[in-house]
Design a protein around this ligand. Structure first.
Ligand code: ADP
Ligand code: MG
Ligand code: MG
Length: 250
């Protein structure tokens, strides 16, 4: 589904990604770990098509199609979802109404008609029940006064509603509390399917106590330097990243 080959990319003329390779197939969950500043968020932003990042060489293919020239919005319409895309507070716009608009805008871009109100309500009900989101939450103003956990819940709800082909969750470096970890993990586990793939970027081995990734990768100095299974995450938890550094320099 996602094929990244020898990707080099820069921000403000500084090379951040230095020959990164990654292959993600439908039905898989991949975790990307790595020390601060390794380029994890850069990778997420580049896959999503954020403009400030410049790909200098290498390619990104989604379902065999080169998506490098596509704008972020077009990639979203092709089913690429990056968490934290909508962190804005919108007073007066509820979680539900925001979601209705987002879905209908995507449908419009795909040449589809608006989703009938009845279907929309059904979908909202299904997804909110699946993720144990209560009614009251859905009628709150978007992100206004949301706690960290509520922001996560909203994001996971957005992801569930959009049904992305490829979801990238960048957990950033800010501490997620245990509730937020559970919300993210629950969402990921419930949304995993045969036709979609999920890339979780995380600093925290703890998250992987709840999500079982099929593959774990270490991103270090702009490259994936090691790949393995869940055991690799445990090893990183135990030993940190220094031994990887030594392995590379050996
Ligand atoms: P990680 O998510 O692994 O902590 P990042 O991808 O955020 O790493 O950052 C990698 C490097 O790229 C850092 O040195 C960071 O300062 C730099 N960088 C990332 N985004 C920007 C940006 N928008 N402008 C300038 N430098 C950036
Ligand atoms: Mg980051
Ligand atoms: Mg571009």
């Amino acid at each position: 589904m996602l094929e990244i080959k020898d990707l080099h990319a820069s921000v403000e003329d500084k090379e951040i990604l230095k020959g990164l390779n990654l292959n993600v197939k439908a039905g898989e969950i991949h975790a990307i770990m790595g020390p601060n500043g390794a380029g994890k968020s850069t990778l997420a932003n580049i896959i999503a098509g954020k403009e400030e990042y410049e790909v200098t060489s290498g390619g990104i293919h989604l379902d065999g199609e080169d998506i490098e020239e596509l704008a972020a919005e077009e990639r979203a319409h092709k089913g690429v979802f990056l968490s934290f895309q909508y962190p804005v507070e919108i007073p007066g716009v509820t979680v539900t109404n925001f979601m209705k608009t987002a879905i209908n805008e995507t449908r419009k871009a795909q040449g589809l008609e608006e989703m009938p109100a009845k279907d929309m309500l059904k979908k909202i009900r299904e997804k909110s029940e699946l993720l144990e989101i209560d009614r009251k939450f859905l009628s709150r103003s978007l992100n206004e006064g949301f706690s960290g956990g509520e922001k996560k819940r909203n994001e996971i709800f957005q992801m569930a509603m959009m049904e992305p082909k490829l979801a990238i969750l960048d957990e950033t470096d800010s501490g997620l509390d245990i509730d937020a970890l559970r919300i993210v993990a629950n969402g990921v586990n419930k949304l995993k399917g045969q036709d979609n793939a999920i890339v979780v970027i995380t600093h925290y081995q703890r998250l992987l106590d709840y999500i079982v990734p099929d593959f774990v990768h270490v991103l270090y100095d702009g490259k994936i330097v090691k790949s393995g299974t869940k055991e690799l995450a445990l090893e990183l938890e135990e030993k940190g990243y220094d031994w990887i550094k030594e392995e590379i320099n050996a």
